[in-house]
Design a protein around this ligand. Structure first.
Ligand code: MN
Length: 245
């Protein structure tokens, strides 16, 4: 099996190092990741400047671009043949519910999916890398399952509680929950007295009921959500078509 690995926290992040170490014994791996933390980059491509690829001492490739840039360059310019799987992460913090729209971790997997390659995004629920080796072991377990019951290609979003491996609940299929709107920006002043703004925290859970990613991880379970990219609202489309006619 050949696996391309990327992330949005940058090629030096503990999560991608743990993920690569966990998958190296079972696959031929190539790591192509951003040169710095690009969390929140979503599905952005860099179109206003050229990109370059460099190779680190440990063999990881790093790019002065976004997670989507990394996977795009790897698939179209670096690899001789498409990999069997693309994995992203392990992210420093959860990507559940509405987070998935902003996530660079999910975006790296999405880029592979759009190229017709199965892809899995992995995130730890809490920041700080506690039990990242446990999460990497879970990631390897999940990769080894191969998911032949799914239509190909698949796009999976996995969130792993920060617990020791033995204390984790089972792998649980979920749907995305929903959040309330985000907290307001944090307003401050720079040293020259100008107003500056920090993007605020994500909103609290609005739908964290049974069956959601939020609910499963609150129970200590590993959440796995199959994603799709079709944003068309089919009911609204019907209403629109009827109303316009
Ligand atoms: Mn991140």
């Amino acid at each position: 099996m050949r696996i391309l690995i990327s992330n949005d926290d940058g090629y030096l992040a503990p999560g991608i190092i743990a993920l690569a170490e966990a998958l190296a014994p079972i696959a031929e791996i190539v790591v192509v990741a951003p040169d710095s933390n690009r969390s929140g980059a979503s599905n952005s491509l860099t179109l206003d400047r050229p990109l370059s690829v460099q190779r680190a001492g440990n063999g990881f490739y790093f790019v002065n671009g976004t997670p989507t840039d990394c996977v795009h360059i790897a698939l179209t310019a670096m690899l001789d043949a498409p990999p069997d799987l693309v994995v992203s992460g392990i992210n420093n913090g959860q990507n559940m519910g509405d987070d998935t729209l902003y996530s660079g971790t999910v975006a790296a997997a999405t880029e592979a999916f759009l190229f017709g390659i199965p892809a899995i995004a992995f995130s730890q629920v809490n920041h700080g890398w506690a039990h990242v080796d446990s999460a990497a072991r879970v990631a390897r377990d999940i990769v080894e399952r191969r998911f032949e019951m799914l239509t190909a290609p698949f796009l999976l979003n996995v969130n792993i509680p920060n617990l020791p491996y033995e204390e984790l609940g089972p792998l649980t299929p979920t749907r995305l929950g929903r959040r309330h709107q985000a907290e307001p920006v944090i307003r401050a002043q720079d040293p020259r007295g100008r107003d500056i703004y920090w993007i605020g925290a994500p909103g609290a859970c609005r739908d964290a009921g049974e069956g959601t990613d939020f609910h499963a991880t609150q129970q200590g379970r590993v959440s796995i959500t199959p994603l799709q990219i079709d944003l068309t609202h089919k009911t609204q489309l019907e209403l629109l078509a009827q109303g316009i006619a």
